[in-house]
Design a protein around this ligand. Structure first.
Ligand SMILES: Nc1ncnc2c1ncn2[C@@H]1O[C@H](COP(=O)(O)OP(=O)(O)OP(=O)(O)O)[C@@H](O)[C@H]1O
Ligand SMILES: [Mg+2]
Length: 504
């Protein structure tokens, strides 16, 4: 096969950090190459090299068999390499069609070179129809869901005659149904001869989709797998260098007394739909539902980030007022947020300070932060969570996605939690780290900490939770015990069709 793109012996160093050491990768026309590896393995860095964003420190890049000596962003685009980004928020005031043809819009030919909106929208609609999109080119970008935004991005790639489309964790924020639709679109791109590099931590997606897989570990190229070897256990063995046995651990004891009791809690988004829920000692309570069902708002309201319009929160039998995050934290109620960039991390700050942030009160001596104690704390948390960072003085932005998530966790575990609300705790986290986070959640719960986990990942909800409550449009649609748990039961409740379920 003449590869469309071939990289050989790629090295990339960031100062003392070797992000990539001797990586080879090739992708042929009409081929889906899966790229897998633990957090920090170097996947995104490699993709930025292909996109011309980073120059490799060493190595050879060939496109159509011809060596490219300096790949820049414009050259990569000209060669037909396109990225599907997750966020386009900068251009929120544009329509889908304007975004697709940004800088290349058809004009009406007069002296003013006015945009021919009709032609523009028609051109966009052709592409969108081909992708099975249910929205038109004249829709404002701000009205699209994340999944629709990705389709718009793929349409843009097609409009640029992309020959290679790079997708770096495109499904991490999609629902099960949206994910399925996206995988189908990728399948049809492949059929039309486009090459795809697909990065995901959900190995079942790779099993379904990939023609071949390249595995990275610690910046090294450890395996190329052909279709028949593309199975989760084989990929995991190469990714982490050993077999991964039990990902989920059962509780040590049956659930005990309630730790957190919420009654009649009303959130601003669904003011007329009061919510009741109970998290018991020793159980992990899953909170499932479609995106927009109100799960994050519920967690944020309990945490005091969003003001409650009414209702009661009882901790270990005593009513508490949690009207600000500060009060919640003082009571030992913590939120590990979904959007770690917006709410969780200060990206420009060193990792150490991101970890120590809520512990500063305890670390201060006579009003000054004890820097040594702060470092000790950060080092201890780094070891406890197996945080992969060469240096804790680096800004949090230098960490890979999964390791950023561990920093958010590290900060709360340094305090003494009574309740932790996890919102999509393993989004973008690799299999090994996922297993660690599950073990951690289980250990917390076994120790009597109330654990509530919001998750859109079905496998995770079913594997981790001892009980699941399902939200539908702001209300609790039902509650499922461990033995009632199935994807079907959860989805039926999530779409508002109660079935075999008791009310919460
Ligand atoms: N600009 C940078 N400066 C310093 N180090 C960096 C920079 N960008 C990446 N790194 C480091 O390079 C390594 C590889 O990171 P990369 O983001 O490519 O991993 P990844 O495989 O995409 O991980 P994830 O699955 O978590 O997204 C990490 O150790 C990361 O900290
Ligand atoms: Mg990455």
């Amino acid at each position: 096969m003449t590869a469309f793109l071939r990289l050989s012996g790629i090295h990339k160093r960031f100062g003392p950090v070797a992000a990539l050491s001797g990586v080879d990768l090739a992708v042929g026309p009409g081929e889906v190459l899966g790229l897998v590896g633990e957090n920090g393995a170097g996947k995104s860095t490699l993709m930025r090299i292909i996109g011309g964003v980073h120059a490799p420190s060493e190595g050879r890049i060939e496109i159509d068999g011809v060596e490219v000596d300096r790949l820049t962003v414009p050259r990569a685009i000209a060669a037909g390499i396109a990225f599907v980004h997750q966020e386009l928020s900068n251009f929120d005031n544009l329509t889908v069609a304007e975004n697709i043809f940004l800088g290349r819009m058809p004009t009406r030919g007069g002296p003013l070179r006015l945009v021919d909106t009709r032609a523009l929208n028609a051109d966009a609609d052709v592409l969108l129809t081909r992708l099975g999109a249910t929205f038109a080119g004249d829709t404002p970008l701000s009205r699209l869901s994340l999944a629709q935004m990705q389709l718009a991005e793929i349409a843009k790639a097609l409009s640029l005659n992309a020959r290679l489309v790079i997708m770096d964790e495109p499904t991490s924020s999609l629902t099960a149904t949206e994910t399925e639709r996206l995988l189908t679109v990728v399948d049809s791109l492949r059929a039309s001869g486009v090459s795809i590099i697909f990065i995901t931590h959900r190995l079942s997606e790779i099993e379904w989709l990939a023609d071949r897989v390249t595995v990275l570990r610690d910046g090294r190229h450890v395996a190329d797998l052909e279709r028949d070897d593309v199975t989760a256990p084989v990929m995991i063995r190469h990714m982490i260098g050993r077999d991964l046995k039990s990902v989920y651990t059962p509780p040590v004891a049956p659930p005990g007394a309630p730790v957190l009791q919420v009654t009649g809690l009303r959130t601003p988004r669904y003011p007329d739909r009061p919510v009741d829920l109970t998290v018991r000692r020793g159980e992990i309570l899953g909170l499932a539902g479609l995106i927009g069902a109100g799960r994050t708002e519920l967690a944020e309201t309990i945490f005091g980030l969003t003001p409650a319009l009414g209702g009661e929160v009882v901790l270990d039998g005593a009513p508490v007022r949690l009207t600000t995050p500060r009060q919640a934290i003082a009571q030992g109620v913590f939120l590990v947020p979904e959007d770690r960039k917006a709410h969780g991390l200060i990206l420009d700050f060193p990792i150490t300070q991101n970890i120590s942030l809520p512990s500063l009160g305890q670390l201060a001596r006579r009003g000054l932060v004890d820097r040594r104690a702060e470092t000790v704390l950060a080092e201890r948390q780094k070891a406890a969570l197996d945080l992969r960072a060469s240096n804790l003085d680096l800004p949090a932005s230098a960490l890979s996605g999964g390791n950023q998530q561990k920093v958010v966790l590290a900060r709360w575990l340094a305090l003494s939690p009574r309740v932790i609300l996890f919102d999509e705790p393993t989004r973008g986290v690799d299999v090994g780290a996922k297993a660690e986070i599950y073990r951690l959640m289980r250990a917390l719960s076994d120790e009597g900490v109330g654990v509530l986990m919001i998750s859109s990942d079905m496998e995770e909800v079913i594997g981790v939770s001892d009980r699941v409550i399902v939200m539908h449009e702001g209300r609790i649609a039902g509650s499922l015990t461990r033995d009632q748990l199935s994807e079907h039961a959860i989805l039926s409740l999530a779409v508002g069709q109660p079935e075999n379920a008791r009310h919460a």
